[in-house]
Design a protein around this ligand. Structure first.
Ligand code: ZN
Length: 387
């Protein structure tokens, strides 16, 4: 939990700004999340039916898109169970922290919906439609619910919240909502959540929904508000891991995830992890070619994976796969780093003094949680760079 907040700007920095509805909507639309998959629209339509009647489905899609609904990607990684539901790991961690903060101030906040798959949404939307086929009937359903394929809940980053005993329309009048919404959603934003369908939002799909929030991470919020920090990344404010990220960047091990951004709360992918580890050791040549048929010569991590194979640092996810786009799990990271500690590798000299000996004391990195974030991996790499 500390890691989640420490790397990001203080809540006070974010709370000070008043954010337009369009800005909230834009942060979500531009987020480029990990752990989700977005097939092309025509492929989507082939396997997602709404009512089962192709003509009616096509009319529903047109009316939905006219209201501002957009296709949403679908979670394609293991989600984390929380309060009997499923969320992407960073969103789950942030939700638990937000709920605890509410509780510490005597505010009751409960999770009423999280991840929904296409089938769940199809069931829900058909229920809203209740057999109506007129444009007016479809519009009435669309004001309340997204058709399958258009719900932010598919990503695993959206939550519906409530206060015990209050249904959705009543939530806006609760103490829990007042707490969340105070100072332009300062509490929600401090934990990386923004309103999903804000009160004055236009062309966003449904009518405004006071109860739905989406996790985008405090870093994306800071960047959207024009934050500037000494690290050079708009999403890495002061905090314990900021030094590690700045150091990695300085020695050329990472240049961030996009121009001016590090994406500290995003999970590390296996190919990306290979590339960063390899560069930490000076980007050496590989003596052997790895036998993985899902790593191509044009991939930016191709030599890194060959090097890891040559040095015995990886055995892949099977005899023929490395799965470079899968999440680099904390368990996999620990296994690799213990192999690094045991291997006869060149020193990562010239990179500055070691901070901690990770191999001797893995716990020193802190509580990583179910998923390894980029900021956490930065700390681990710096700790590993024993010169
Ligand atoms: Zn919702």
């Amino acid at each position: 939990m500390v890691a989640l907040l420490a790397v990001s700007p203080a809540s006070a920095d974010i709370a000070a700004d008043v954010v337009e509805a369009d800005t909230y909507l834009g942060i979500w639309d531009d987020a480029n999340f990990r752990g989700v998959d977005r097939p092309p629209d025509d492929i989507y339509d082939l396997f997602i039916d709404i009512t089962g009647n192709a003509d009616l489905d096509s009319r529903i899609r047109t009316l939905a898109e006219d209201r501002g609904y957009r296709r949403q990607p679908v979670a394609n990684v293991d989600l984390v169970p929380v309060d009997g539901r499923l969320l992407q790991a960073p969103a789950a961690e942030a939700w638990e922290a937000l709920q605890a903060a509410a509780r510490s101030e005597g505010v009751s906040l409960i999770l009423t919906s999280a991840f929904r798959d296409l089938r769940d949404q199809q069931f829900l939307f058909r229920d809203r439609l209740a057999g109506r086929t007129s444009d007016a009937g479809i519009e009435a359903a669309l004001r309340l619910s997204a058709p399958p394929g258009y719900s932010k809940h598919h990503t695993g980053y959206a939550i519906d919240v409530g206060q015990a005993g209050e249904d959705r329309p009543g939530f806006v009048n609760t103490r829990a909502y007042a707490w969340l919404a105070a100072d332009d959603f300062a509490q929600a934003k401090a934990y990386g959540f923004v309103p999903s369908y804000p009160a004055d939002g236009a062309l966003m799909g449904p009518d405004p929904e006071a109860w739905e929030f989406v996790w985008v991470g405090t870093g994306r919020i800071a960047c959207a508000l024009g934050a500037q920090f000494p690290t050079g990344f708009c999403d890495v404010g002061p905090g314990p891991r900021a030094d590690d990220i700045a150091w990695l960047s300085e020695v050329g091990v990472t240049v961030g995830c996009a121009p001016g951004r590090f994406c500290p709360d995003d999970p590390v992918l296996r190919g990306e992890a290979a590339s960063m580890l390899w560069r930490l050791y000076g980007a050496p040549a590989a003596t052997e070619q790895a036998p993985f048929d899902d790593v191509f010569a044009t991939d930016h991590f191709a030599t890194a994976v060959d090097w890891m194979w040559s040095e015995g640092l990886t055995s892949g996810t099977s005899e023929t796969t490395f799965s470079p786009d899968d999440l680099f799990t904390p368990d996999a990271a620990l296994a690799v780093l213990l192999r690094v500690a045991a291997a006869d590798l060149p020193e990562t000299s010239g990179l500055g003094a070691p901070v901690v000996d990770f191999a001797a004391d893995p716990v020193i990195i802190g509580d990583i949680g179910p998923q390894l974030g980029r900021a956490e991996f930065a700390s681990i790499l710096r700790a590993t760079a024993i010169g």
